[in-house]
Design a binder for this molecule. Structure first.
Ligand code: ADP
Ligand code: MG
Length: 692
């Protein structure tokens, strides 16, 4: 149960004065639906309204708070805006409004009165003007205008002042909470109490107060990191206590598959496999990340680990984030497993009825040793006879929670997570706590480099000509169109139209594939591309991961400027897998922003996934890399794992110590830490404290 002092923070924002349902919808869009979400919505900037010169001295271009006498109104005329002429004895200025209503203006700025007006001062010819002042108040309220105003991330339709008031009310409501920080550490850092930190972080007095190193901000960030690390450590402790089982295979099944492969493993693959097998052979539970660039050959390593588990008498499951990917894994693993005399089962949300029942029965009684699937593998009714290894083809789409669900399906299940994104150490910590890493840092031999060109969209005709030549030479072509949630309908329409155009040019040879299509339709399109007459596969980003068609040697990416660097790299990894040289064409629509330009340049310069990941981090900043939903890493509201890397390490050490000394969070500090876990909604971990 959530501690009672936190109740008001988890109430909806409509419980705040002045926030009705209409505003709540807007507040929810920028911050979230609950009061606590407003607490975490820290200012991203300030407006300093303390500058209050006389008109004779005012600096053009600066935000100023002026004391003005309202001399006259000049209503709009033709294209001339509404103007209010003002003066202060040292000079004069016009307040300028577009689309103003006279009655409203006269009420806000009565002629002959004095008003405090704050906004940006501009020059218009020789005269001064202030378009649309931000604030206007009677002289007695000067002190409330002449302040440093926090600026927040906003959404259209939500007046900044309304959001500021709601946040202030939320901060006001924050209760004093028992201290969860180690007193010595807190004193050494010079950090304030939680409530004071919150108030200070929301009331910056200048630019410097926005720095992540500000004591108040650092403390809040540490709180968040500590909650996350503590939760991870509690989970890990429980996993370890349900300690692992040594799993040692005799190599017999692995041998059969290795003999059937048309290639030998690279040294890197061999090393990673050895690391995984050694880890599984120990009695502690494995939690290991297998990292390797797109196409580096993670799948075969994972399969061999799965076979080792089968040799040792267990079962193994591989889980992919989408149905499409799960099916591709199945298509590739099934023939290999068959050479070891094993069948691979399949479970996805799409399968119902008899076939599913049969698979479930065979997993439960152990006739089926290997299974591939989606989230469906987690479901209650899925029982294993002896699940020993869960391989999670992560691609950053699963949360920690889901990983644990699968790991609970068996007795001390070892977990191997595969990912193509090299995640820096600090970011790894935030996502997994303690995890071991095996890295494939070498590509299979014979990979052809991909030539990447950046072409403006207006040269589409030339590109189509190139596609025609490639098709004539027997190549297959991926044609990627962007699709993002915010503009899904439009994007889908654009992709559909592109497919229709290409179909006109290449009749019978074009297929369209996107996430909204029914499974069987998608499978048919994929199969046509992999083995049939389809030469051009127009796709939204569903092919981003996992597809393997060696004849595909051309990839056209439309609106390449709309993709992130990591995504472009993933996409491009789909080509360059065959005998023939490959080309990736990045179409873009000018004008390009600076970041987009940098991304495309890096893509042209390198195919090195590690370098690309580094550049990506640099261009986006660690916080954003973590913040994107796509990353699947925890979404921090206060901490920026790049800026707070040292705090991350400290939080990890602290969390370890806590779990060692007070694993059930029984001490006074332990009790306070429970509140912390609830505050940051990591309370799932508290269940493990109890049941553990
Ligand atoms: P990843 O999952 O890391 O992106 P895959 O496992 O899909 O990479 O492997 C990509 C392709 O490379 C597959 O066609 C696979 O059969 C092939 N492959 C894997 N290992 C080797 C190797 N050592 N030598 C040659 N080809 C390999
Ligand atoms: Mg793979």
């Amino acid at each position: 149960m959530r501690p009672e002092p936190l109740f008001p923070l988890f109430a909806p924002v409509t419980s705040l004065p002045g926030v009705g349902p209409r505003l709540a919808a807007l507040v929810e869009r920028v911050a979230g639906p609950r009061v606590v979400d407003l607490l975490w919505h820290l200012p991203v900037g300030i407006i300093d309204r303390r500058y209050a010169p006389r008109l004779a001295e005012v600096e053009i271009g600066r935000i100023a708070t002026l004391t003005l006498r309202i001399d006259a109104h000049q209503p709009a005329e033709g294209r001339r805006p509404y103007r209010i002429l003002c003066s202060d004895g040292s000079g004069s200025i016009a307040l300028v409004f577009f689309h103003a209503r006279r009655d409203q203006m006269e009420r806000a700025y009565p002629t002959g009165s004095t008003r405090i007006v704050s906004g940006r001062v501009e020059s218009f010819g020789d005269a001064l003007q202030m378009p649309h002042p931000d604030r206007v108040a009677p002289p007695e309220d000067a002190a409330s205008v002449q302040t440093v105003e926090p600026v927040h991330a906003m959404t259209a339709g939500l007046p900044p002042a309304v959001l500021r008031r709601a946040i202030a009310a939320a901060v006001e409501r924050a209760p004093a909470l028992p201290e969860w920080l180690d007193p010595a550490w807190k004193a050494r850092q010079g950090w304030p109490d939680w409530r004071a930190a919150l108030a200070a972080a929301h009331a910056p007095g200048g630019e410097a107060d926005l720095l992540p190193t500000l004591p108040a901000r650092a403390r809040l960030a540490f709180d968040e990191l500590l909650a996350s690390q503590l939760a991870l450590n509690l989970l890990r402790r429980r996993q370890r206590r349900v300690s692992g089982r040594p799993r040692v295979g005799d190599g017999s099944l692995q041998r059969l598959v290795l003999d059937a492969l048309p290639f030998t493993l690279t040294r890197s693959q061999q090393r990673c496999l050895a690391e995984i097998l050694a880890d599984m052979a120990t009695p502690t539970r494995m939690l290991r990340l297998l990292q390797g660039d797109v196409g580096s050959g993670k799948t075969i390593v994972a399969l061999l680990a799965m076979l080792a588990v089968v040799e040792s008498g267990g079962q193994a499951a591989l889980m992919a984030p989408t149905d499409l990917l799960a099916r591709q894994h199945l298509a590739r693993l099934a023939p290999l497993a068959r050479s070891a005399g094993l069948e691979v089962g399949f479970l996805s949300g799409r399968d119902k009825g008899k076939a599913r029942e049969a698979t479930l029965a065979r997993l439960a009684d152990g006739r089926l040793r290997l299974v591939v699937g989606t989230h469906a593998l987690f479901q209650e009714d899925v029982q294993f006879q002896a699940l020993g290894l869960a391989v999670i083809d992560e691609q950053h789409r699963f949360g920690v929670h889901q990983r644990l669900l699968l790991a609970r399906k068996g007795d001390a299940v070892d977990v191997l997570v595969t990912t193509a994104t090299p995640i820096p150490r600090t970011l790894l910590l935030t996502a997994y706590g303690d995890i071991d890493v095996s890295r494939i840092d070498e590509k299979p031999p014979g990979r052809r480099p991909v030539t990447t060109v950046v072409v403006p969209a207006e040269r589409l005709d030339e590109v189509a000509g190139g596609v025609a030549r490639a098709l004539a030479a027997g190549a297959k072509v991926y044609w990627v169109c962007p699709l993002i949630e915010e503009s899904e309908q439009l994007d889908l329409a654009a992709a559909t139209e592109r497919a229709a155009q290409l179909e006109k040019a290449f009749p019978g040879r074009v297929a369209l594939i996107h996430g909204r299509m029914k499974g069987p339709e998608r499978d048919a399109a994929m199969a046509g591309f992999a083995h049939g007459d389809i030469g051009v596969l127009v796709a939204t980003t569903v092919i981003e991961v996992g597809v393997d068609v060696p004849e595909a040697t051309v990839m056209v990416i439309e609106h390449a400027e709309r993709f992130g660097l990591a995504q472009l790299h993933q996409l491009r990894g789909r080509i360059g897998r065959g005998e023939r040289p490959s080309t990736c064409i990045l179409l873009h629509t000018p004008p390009l922003g600076e970041t987009a330009r940098a991304r495309l340049r890096i893509m042209r310069e390198t195919e090195d996934g590690f370098r690309i990941a580094e550049e990506d981090l640099r261009l986006r900043g660690g916080g954003e890399v973590l913040g994107t939903r796509q990353s699947g890493l925890p979404d921090f509201r206060l901490a920026d794992p790049a800026a707070h890397a040292d705090l991350m390490e400290a939080a990890r050490d602290d969390a370890r110590l806590i779990v060692d000394r007070d694993p059930e969070l029984r001490t006074e500090r332990g009790q306070a830490l429970r509140t912390l876990l609830y505050l940051f909604e990591r309370d799932a971990a508290i269940r493990y404290v109890r049941s553990g």
